[in-house]
Each structure stands twice: as structure tokens, then as C-alpha cells.
Design a binder for this molecule. Structure first.
Ligand SMILES: [Zn+2]
Length: 267
């Protein structure tokens, strides 16, 4: 079998990140919802301390409305209290300002990427548009009610990029999920060594936490749209497609190593 080793990323991939014409979503664990547009997705973690949104798709009111309506659709109450950001790119800081304005959520990002977000907008007309209320950093553990979210500094994709590990349950069965925050290796060659070091560190932490669920915030990396479609129609006897086991998570990390190698070879 000739299986695909890495995602196909083209100029169109980046253009598609701005397409707010449709969204899809699925409840992928008892306590975890994902909401996606064509290329970018976010997560909503349901905790005893309200809902924690992880990343926020794109700076668009449409994205905000899609996330809120997805929450209603899966039968949750939109008690948004927290917004965690993996890094300071607009396709992750996204529509956060609407969560701040509407629900008064606490916002979390590394101090380094808060500065990076302000100083390095991805386009001249897309600027930092809300404040961070709490800086988070390596090896901090946030407790949202009884749900611990472990924070890891994984610089490379951006200087203050973060990745998260937290528990999820599938029909009551506990699993550990890891979200690698910065999908693509940096374009500057000298940043790739740091990116790979972060990946090694995060993989080691994931082993230590018994991670068996790989989450991605870009759908091209994990067949995200197809997995959402599967999850929406998953029947009771079918496996949870996000549970890939510890060995599966190791193989998932390989995708980013291969992408980095390709970046090294690129002119
Ligand atoms: Zn990014």
C-alpha cells in the first residue's frame, strides 16, 4: 500500500483558511467538541468550570457563531469561561474577541506569542484585536474544575507556541489527548532544529502522560473533515477514530518530522 506520509499543503490551503462559507462539527469525546471550517479547527472542552475553547478558527463573526451554535447542537449550554490559544497566528487567535465581548472569557497565551501576535500580523489588515488576561508557560497545569490541562512550551512554529495535554472520555472511558499547537515547521531553516527539539520534548511528555489521542488544529494533517464526518455518524459498535494508541501517537509525531525534512530540502 502506498499510504500518504504527510499532508498536501498548497497556496490554496492557506486561501481556504479564510473561507467562512461553511462549518462542520462533531462531539468527538463526551467532553470534547471540535468545530471546523475547510482547513482550520478548534476544540471546546466541557469542564466543571464551564466551557474552555481551545483556538478560535479565524477573526470572523461567522466562526464565532458556528462555535456557539455547535455547542447548542450537541446539547451543551454555552457557558464559555476560558479561551486557550496555542499560538499567536490569526488562524488560531481567531474570533476570540467575540468570546471576550459576549461571554467575558479569560484568555490564555504565552507572553512571547502575545508580543509576537501584536508585532507580526499575518496580513496588514488582520491585527491583534483582543487582550490576553493570563500568560501561560511551560509545564504549567491549568485546572478547569476537575479537568487538568497541561501546558508545554513548544517553540518553533512561532517563538511562543504552546501544546496541550488533557484527559478526555469516550462513553466514560478515560483517554489522554495531545494537541500539537504549531502544525507546520518554520520556513526559516535555522528554526527547524528548535521545532524538532520541541517535538521530541512534547513526544516524551506525551509518553509520560500516556497519550493515546492525537488532536490537530488543521484538518489537512489528520483527515480532520473525514474524521468529523465519521464521528457524526459513528454507530455504537464502532471505535472512536481519534483513539490511536500510544504507538499511533508516536507515528503521528513522525508526520511533523517528515514535513521538517521536506522543509530542509526546499530551496
Ligand atoms: Zn500558525
Amino acid at each position: 500500500m502506498n499510504l500518504q506520509q504527510t499532508p498536501v499543503v498548497t497556496e490554496q490551503t492557506f486561501r481556504d483558511m479564510e473561507d467562512m462559507s461553511w462549518f462542520t462539527h462533531a462531539l468527538i469525546f463526551d467532553n470534547l467538541l471540535t468545530v471546523a471550517q475547510k482547513q482550520t479547527n478548534c476544540f471546546v472542552l466541557n469542564t466543571a468550570d464551564g466551557l474552555a475553547v481551545i483556538d478560535a478558527i479565524w477573526p470572523s463573526r461567522d466562526a464565532f457563531e458556528a462555535i456557539v451554535s455547535a455547542v447548542w447542537d450537541v446539547g451543551w449550554v454555552p457557558d464559555f469561561r476560558h479561551l486557550l490559544l496555542t499560538h499567536g497566528h490569526a488562524d488560531h487567535t481567531g474570533c476570540g474577541r467575540y468570546f471576550v465581548e459576549t461571554y467575558g472569557v479569560e484568555t490564555y497565551l504565552s507572553e512571547t506569542d502575545d508580543r509576537f501576535w501584536a508585532e507580526r500580523p499575518i496580513a496588514p489588515d488582520i491585527r491583534k484585536d483582543y487582550a490576553i488576561s493570563r500568560y501561560i508557560d511551560d509545564r504549567q497545569v491549568l485546572h478547569f474544575g476537575d479537568t487538568p490541562v497541561s501546558v508545554f512550551a513548544t517553540p518553533g512554529h512561532t517563538p511562543g507556541c504552546l501544546s496541550f495535554i488533557f484527559p478526555v472520555t469516550d462513553n466514560g472511558e478515560r483517554h489522554m489527548a495531545a494537541l500539537w499547537g504549531g502544525t507546520t515547521p518554520p520556513r526559516e531553516k535555522d528554526g527547524i532544529a528548535q521545532y524538532l527539539q520541541s517535538l521530541d520534548d512534547f513526544q516524551r511528555e506525551s509518553e509520560r502522560h500516556g497519550v493515546d489521542v492525537a488532536l490537530s488544529n488543521h484538518t489537512a494533517v489528520d483527515n480532520g473533515l473525514e474524521r468529523i464526518a465519521y464521528s457524526r455518524k459513528r454507530m455504537a459498535y464502532m471505535p472512536n477514530i481519534y483513539v490511536i494508541g500510544q504507538a499511533g501517537f508516536r507515528r503521528y509525531c513522525q508526520v511533523f518530522r517528515i514535513m521538517s525534512g521536506e522543509s530542509l530540502k526546499a530551496p
